[in-house]
Design a protein around this ligand. Structure first.
Ligand code: NAD
Ligand code: G3P
Length: 349
């Protein structure tokens, strides 16, 4: 780690943006958090707390909180984006050339439709001169904010940018691992939200431990099958941004996607489940996008099809479970052919 830290701005004053900004400021990184709501910003400046999205966590005295985008961006060398996927492109469009040349790191775990675009692909379209990375992993905001030991992945083909991100974020409570599979890392973060909804629903129904394990493991098989079809490296899904994030999101009641699934499993409607949450659960939109894409691409995704049938096609749960359990019994692990055709590098040996 270097002593001199580059100035960083975080865009988005929700739970994850606030968590990242606070962690950066605690790491002695000159940090500005930008959010759109002036009332919330002034409350955060005065009370040193984000009572709406991160109650109970004190903000570092050195953290600057502003709604003025121009001043937030003027000095920043790195910009972390923690804006929900539905607003991601419009926020970039508002900023325009103010981001050119900076290192832009997306932390948003969603997919844009039309186009089936990852957030970093939107960054490339809207800010062609930017350096691009993504940050993803098993990173529940509230735990990170409370200092729980955590690991994450920065993925970029710009190794210098990955090293800068490791430098500003890495600390006694957070390890930042690097990857060059940006697409796979980003896809892992988006896809696991769908399976977290299924897991929350299963938990609410009181399923057994075998069932929970089967769901998570088959979810990993299904998301990896899709990702490999789309060009990602299956090995990425054995890492923190794959199985790591899948485990935490499918098992923790702190996950908002799990909470939506749990509410659905208790009999609430989708609208009621989302309203009760009051925060973003990206998996709901990702489910729609993914179902459509899997049909277009002809990728077998029975769990995605089943959840879509329950939520958006009003099919009875018992019918969907019956179909899942009577489907053809295929392979456990599917990527032996890929592994055989991809010899290990010297570093991997
Ligand atoms: N919370 C987590 O544990 C966590 C961890 C890793 C990644 N993420 C990802 O981070 C992204 C943001 O999630 P979050 O947890 O911070 O959500 P959140 O629901 O806690 O907060 C969303 C924030 O986005 C802001 N926002 C919405 N539309 C906006 C717009 N048009 N312009 C500016 N701000 C806007 C809201 O005002 C709010 O501050 C999501 O894609 C999520 O998957 C979240
Ligand atoms: O609360 P969720 O379901 O959006 O999940 C948060 C993070 O993505 C967990 O890594």
């Amino acid at each position: 780690m270097t002593d001199h830290k580059v100035p960083v701005t975080v865009l988005g004053g929700g739970s994850f943006g606030t968590t990242l900004a606070n962690l950066l400021a605690s790491n002695s990184v000159p940090t500005t958090l930008w959010l759109r709501n002036e009332e919330q910003a002034s409350e955060m400046r005065e009370q040193r707390e984000n009572t709406r999205y991160l109650p109970g966590i004190k903000l570092d005295p050195q953290l600057t909180v502003t709604t003025d985008m121009a001043s937030a961006l003027s000095a920043a060398e790195l910009v972390f984006l923690a804006i929900p996927s539905g607003a991601f492109r419009s926020v970039l469009q508002q900023i325009g050339p103010g981001l050119a040349g900076k290192g832009l790191i997306s932390t948003t775990k969603g997919i844009e439709q039309p186009g089936f675009l990852m957030m970093s692909q939107i960054v490339e379209q809207e800010v062609p001169e930017a350096r691009v990375a993504v940050l993803s992993g098993p990173n529940l905001a509230r735990e990170m904010a409370a200092g729980a030991l955590t690991a994450t992945v920065v993925a970029s083909d710009d190794e210098a940018l990955s090293a800068q991100v490791q430098d500003v974020l890495g600390c006694q409570s957070l390890r930042v691992y690097a990857s060059q599979d940006r697409y796979g890392v980003e896809l892992g973060g988006a896809l696991k939200n769908v399976y977290a909804i299924i897991s929350g629903m299963a938990a609410a129904m009181g399923v057994g431990e075998n069932t929970k394990s089967m769901l998570i493991t088959r979810a990993l098989a299904e998301m990896t099958r899709f990702a490999v079809h789309m060009g990602a490296n299956p090995l990425t899904f054995l890492g923190l941004a794959g199985v790591g994030d899948l485990i935490v999101t499918c098992t923790s009641p702190m996950s908002r996607n799990y909470q939506v699934g749990h509410a659905l499993g208790k009999g609430l409607t989708l609208e009621e489940s989302i309203a009760r949450l009051g925060q973003v659960a990206e998996g709901v939109n990702t489910l729609k996008v993914l179902r459509q894409k899997s049909l277009e691409e002809g990728v077998y995704m029975p769990l995605v099809a089943g959840l879509h049938a329950i939520i958006f096609e009003q099919q009875p749960l018992a019918d969907v479970i019956g179909r899942l359990m009577s489907a053809e019994q295929k392979h456990d692990v599917e990527f032996s052919a890929f592994m055989a055709s991809t010899p290990l590098t010297k570093e991997q040996k």
